[in-house]
Design a protein around this ligand. Structure first.
Ligand code: GLN
Length: 380
């Protein structure tokens, strides 16, 4: 049988490849981004109770009302915006499904979508699988800032959407108030939709404030903000996230969501609804991760590795130009196989495979793991 691949050049995701290599080689795995801290006992007990109480059948398609109400309260407290949980919030199977459902619902054949590279690996295939045309704009180290004049010059009559990600994976950069104001003007002037991946909203450092699209009234009217409980509650394996978008966009997103996953698991949603009521359960995440970042940076002090600025997310980029001339994929593989420490090569996040000789390290790990990683990095 002849099969025509819709994604001929796509292989296994770099996160899976590097995690598998780390496992094979017995290497410390700072590649795929996931925390190794335990999930709150309280939250686990709540889920257990919900299961015992018989909440084990399909949840309503957009998410259980109690959770959507709790999310609306969180959004109000965090961003000072009133949202209607009935019409503006949809619970999804993680951030990735939220992104896919949004694109599937809103992007059609020939629609152009502006994507900034380095970019999370699902963006480009999600656009292409739905007939859209990704327009990649490269951002450069060390600060990965966006040149909005360049963005403007790439907008055509077919541009339908701009995707942003703040705090940024893998760069650790964050967008500023000025960025969002410029984006707002562009989006309004050119009638664009903004898909804003904000899954690291709470992992932000140095007292910076997270600039959500939800804070900007004219932007909010044309944006979909994507969030993730996996990142906030150390539970990436639960795959629960959500979108916040105005009613007209939400209506369309739900049409796609209902045929992708239909609905998200019930007991976790009910448990999260209760857990979210206490702001103590999520308000200190930035501080917690800033300590992790600083601990990791302390570990590599005095080496020839150069740490790039990191203001958010749980990823630290290191430039190894002072250590090796290897390409980043070769360096990542060598480090994993020979030094027993697995990172992610940043070229994997560029469509054109731009290689700035950077590796991404996930510091969402216990101190002992970070110490072991530090020892290896100091020995390079
Ligand atoms: N978001 C995680 C990362 O960037 C990985 C998710 C995945 O493996 N698909 O490492």
């Amino acid at each position: 049988m002849k099969i025509t691949s819709r994604l001929p050049e796509v292989g296994t995701s770099i996160f899976t490849v590097m995690s598998r290599m780390a496992l094979e080689c017995g290497a410390i795995n700072l590649s795929q981004g996931f925390p190794d801290f335990p999930v709150s006992e309280k939250l686990i007990d709540l889920i257990h109770r919900k299961m015992k109480d018989g909440h084990n059948q399909y949840a309503p398609m957009p998410g259980v009302p109690a959770l959507r109400q709790a999310i609306a309260e969180v959004v109000a407290k965090t961003y000072g915006r009133t949202t209607d949980f009935e019409t503006e919030i949809t619970v999804t199977a993680g951030g990735t499904e939220a992104i896919f459902a949004t694109i599937a619902a809103l992007i059609g054949a020939g629609d152009e979508v502006i994507v900034f590279d380095p970019a999370y690996d699902s963006y480009d295939p999600a656009i292409r699988l739905n007939g859209g045309i990704p327009v990649h704009l490269n951002l450069s180290p060390p600060d990965f800032s966006i040149d909005w004049n360049e963005v403007k010059s790439r907008i055509t009559s077919r541009t339908r959407m701009i995707m942003i990600n703040t705090p940024h994976n893998p760069a650790g950069s964050v967008l500023s108030d000025a960025d969002l104001i410029t984006l707002q003007k562009l989006a309004v002037d050119h009638d664009l939709i903004v898909l804003s991946d904000e899954v690291y909203e709470r992992i932000i450092f140095e007292n910076k404030s997270h600039e959500s699209v939800l804070k900007y009234p004219a932007l909010r009217e044309r944006s979909i903000a994507v969030f993730s409980f996996g990142k906030t509650f150390h539970a990436t394996g639960w795959k629960v996230g959500y979108t916040v978008a105005p009613e007209n966009l939400t209506r369309e997103i739900r049409k796609a969501h209902q045929f992708i996953t239909f609905s998200v698991n019930t007991p976790v949603q009910l448990a999260l609804a209760e857990y979210l009521a206490d702001t103590e359960n999520y308000l200190h995440l930035g501080k917690f991760y800033q300590q992790k970042r600083d601990f990791f940076l302390q570990e590599i002090k005095g080496t020839s590795l150069r740490a790039l600025p990191c203001y958010g997310s749980y990823f630290q980029l290191l430039s190894y130009q002072g250590v090796s001339e290897k390409e980043d994929t070769a360096m990542a593989e060598w480090m994993t196989r020979e030094m027993k420490l697995a990172p992610i090569p940043v070229s994997a996040f560029y469509k054109d495979k731009s290689d700035h000789r950077l590796l991404r390290f996930c510091f969402a790990k216990g101190e002992e793991t970070l110490q072991k990683a530090g020892k290896i990095l100091r020995s390079l």
